[in-house]
Design a protein around this ligand. Structure first.
Ligand SMILES: [Fe+2]
Ligand SMILES: [Fe+2]
Length: 285
């Protein structure tokens, strides 16, 4: 398989690169990830969640990438946090997340629980802030204005995220309670940063990228209204996210929102060439 492309010719030199939704349990995706190489030994790679469903797959993938890129920055996606039958690790919720953070620390991968690294290369210095904010059902489906009606709408159409069955919030009573705690923690961390940032989250932080979802009711599993002003409040030069499996760049308030998903083979196979690529965050093209 050919080596994945980066998305622009750009100036030569180290880059801050990004990819999400690697979903390496799909054999073709695993092949792509195993072929990933930096352009220079100083390149950094942001991995914006949904690496795999088992701890072993997540750890081995991040270890491989850490061996190739100068720095690797990871945030959890919902799939990374699922507790699936075929994983020997039976941990749920916060304990599962903390277990993944511990594995990352062992292999030298940055997480939302660590000091934020600063990109000093072209386009820098910029603080790269990995975040984990989850969702709280506040992106209501059409014609609804609360969680109960939103979920009822989704059950009516049959478009219900698998998180409802596999992403456990323990010890929090609900996923939205876990989300609220993550928002408070993240705001505390971000308020300590001065200067420009790249905000990294599995979720888009604002709602507009979900406007083109085929099933609008899926938006309720894609973020929270509580992060709507973070891109301006925390001086973002870019917001890097995944989860929607719709790789593209949009802008809001002059800030670049960059979805960097690989996605499932059935999705990337439909794309025009190149069907998959690593995305350049900095320097901006
Ligand atoms: Fe995904
Ligand atoms: Fe996801």
């Amino acid at each position: 398989m050919a080596q994945p492309h980066t998305d622009d010719a750009g100036p030569a030199g180290p880059r801050l690169l990004a990819l999400s939704d690697l979903h390496v349990s799909h054999a073709e995706n695993r092949e792509i990830v195993e072929a990933l190489q930096p352009g220079t030994p100083e390149d950094w790679l942001i991995v914006a969640g949904d690496v795999a469903e088992t701890v072993a797959d997540i750890e081995s993938t991040l270890r491989l990438l850490r061996g190739r890129f100068a720095e690797v920055v990871w945030v959890p996606g919902n799939h990374d946090l699922w507790t699936v039958r075929h994983d020997d690790v039976r941990l749920r919720g916060v304990e599962r997340y903390e277990h993944l953070v511990a594995r990352c620390r062992e292999i030298g991968v940055h997480t939302p629980e660590d000091p934020f690294p600063v990109w000093e290369g072209a386009g820098g210095p910029v603080t790269v802030a990995p975040l984990f904010t989850l969702y709280d059902y506040s992106f209501h489906p059409p014609g609804t204005d609360n969680k109960e009606d939103g979920l009822a709408y989704a059950h009516g159409t049959g478009v219900v995220c698998t998180d409802e069955f596999l992403l456990h919030p323990d010890p929090y009573p609900t996923r939205e309670a876990w989300c609220a705690a993550r928002i408070d923690y993240s705001e505390r961390r971000l308020s300590e940063v001065s200067g420009p940032t790249v905000l990294v989250d599995h979720y888009p932080l604002v709602r507009h990228p979900t406007d083109i979802l085929r099933y609008p009711e899926f938006a309720q599993w894609c973020g929270t209204v509580r992060t709507a002003d973070w891109h301006t409040k925390y001086d973002a030069v870019a917001v890097v996210y995944g989860h929607l499996h719709i790789p593209r760049i949009t802008h809001q308030d002059g800030v670049r929102f960059q979805e960097v998903s690989l996605g499932y083979p059935r999705e990337w196979r439909r794309r025009p060439a190149p069907q998959y690529r690593i995305h350049t965050v900095l320097p901006a093209s």
